[in-house]
Design a protein around this ligand. Structure first.
Ligand SMILES: [Ca+2]
Length: 364
């Protein structure tokens, strides 16, 4: 995390800098800020996606990845209610009627940080509304996750209720990696008791009709009563609590394991399996670049080499070199950037046993 100051205004940049596909949860302490604007670079766009998050006690919890996230704060009035775009004709939702619930049994602790989400869950089920069964047991953690299909375009407000600990996270799109915590339980509530604590309620959040949004509720139970539910208010004022299955689709875990941890393990395995004696270097200058840059690389074991350019989503946008590389010889390739949008890119060099990355910024 880097912090930049100008005239008393702070900007924060959060990034996992190693390009191995790792992600991390991070809580920024923003002091007296009332809200934060979270900016994310968008592929092919000169402007960034922005999400406004109301803060409780200045705490902003974010999911951070190798794509940088920029945070600006505001201390004045509460966030202005976004202006809904009228959408009089609802389109058919892609919701399939359920949301995934994962449970970890025999998990001690009273906070959501005690949920062992990096392990495989001990059981899973599908809920037909955004509410878990009451009084299932003691000492478990759970995660309810999937996709929202908003029936209208405009500002939605969310609530979480539960016993004992819970957090609600929402992405500005359908990617789990971009999720932001929008509300939480400061303490236990009754079943569907939405208004016991101010922090149970989110800021108004603009959603677009028919688009998919990733949503995730974390739930930690220690002892006694246990339950969890999530509600929302539609732009037309309708309250739905809990959110019905007609708005929901389940998250579908991939067979290779869920996203970030599996990707991280794969990248580390690649590095670990490299011949210990092989050294590969990769650089580009100038960087940042405007029209072109010269990429230099060198291998000390002769063999095939492929040099490619990838955007922030990992898609290959250019191949810069492919062929045999001689040992100990400086190789060069020119990256012409004229037709590429401004943004952060990754140059990848793949050899027989190694994959390395080099980050470049195209800025005009
Ligand atoms: Ca309890």
């Amino acid at each position: 995390m880097d912090r930049y100051e100008l005239n008393g205004q702070s900007a924060y940049v959060l990034v996992v800098p190693d390009e191995r596909g790792r992600t991390a949860s991070y809580t920024l302490n923003l002091g007296s800020a009332a809200y934060a604007d979270v900016y994310r670079p968008t592929v092919g766009s000169r402007t960034m996606q922005v999400q406004r998050v109301a803060l409780q006690g200045g705490q902003l919890a974010l999911q951070v990845s190798e794509t940088p996230v920029f945070v600006l704060t505001g201390t004045t009035a509460p966030p202005p209610a976004p202006t809904p775009t009228p959408a009089p004709v609802p389109v058919a939702c892609s919701a399939t009627g359920t949301i995934l619930r994962e449970e970890w049994a025999n998990a001690k602790g009273r906070t959501v940080a005690d949920i062992p989400t990096l392990k495989a869950p001990t059981s899973t089920s599908q809920l037909t509304l955004f509410e878990t069964p009451s009084n299932k047991g003691d000492n478990y953690g759970a995660r309810v996750r999937g996709y929202l299909c908003p029936p209208l375009t405009g500002a939605y407000t969310f609530w979480i209720a539960g016993d004992e600990a819970g957090e609600l996270w929402l992405s500005p799109d359908d990617a789990p990696a971009t999720k932001v915590r929008i509300s939480l339980l400061p303490g236990r509530t009754g079943v569907r008791e939405w208004t016991k604590y101010a922090a149970q309620q989110s800021a108004p959040i603009n959603l677009v009709q028919g688009r998919r949004y990733y949503i995730e509720a974390l739930h930690k139970e220690a002892t006694g009563a246990d339950h969890l539910a999530v509600a929302w208010q539609l732009p037309n004022g309708t309250m739905e609590g809990p959110i019905p299955g007609s708005r929901l689709s389940p998250y579908v875990p991939t067979t290779t394991g869920t996203a970030s941890t599996a990707a991280a393990v794969t990248a580390q395995d690649l590095v670990a399996s490299a011949a210990p004696t092989e050294t590969v270097t990769l650089s580009a200058a100038p960087n940042p670049l405007t029209t072109q840059t010269t990429v230099r690389f060198k291998v000390d074991v002769a063999g095939p080499a492929v040099l490619t350019l990838h955007d922030m989503q990992g898609r290959m946008v250019r191949q810069l070199f492919s062929g045999p590389a001689a040992a100990g010889v400086d190789q060069q390739a020119v990256l012409q950037a004229a037709e590429l949008p401004s943004g952060v890119y990754s140059i990848r060099l793949q050899t027989a046993s190694k994959l390395i990355h080099y980050r470049v910024l195209i800025a005009r």
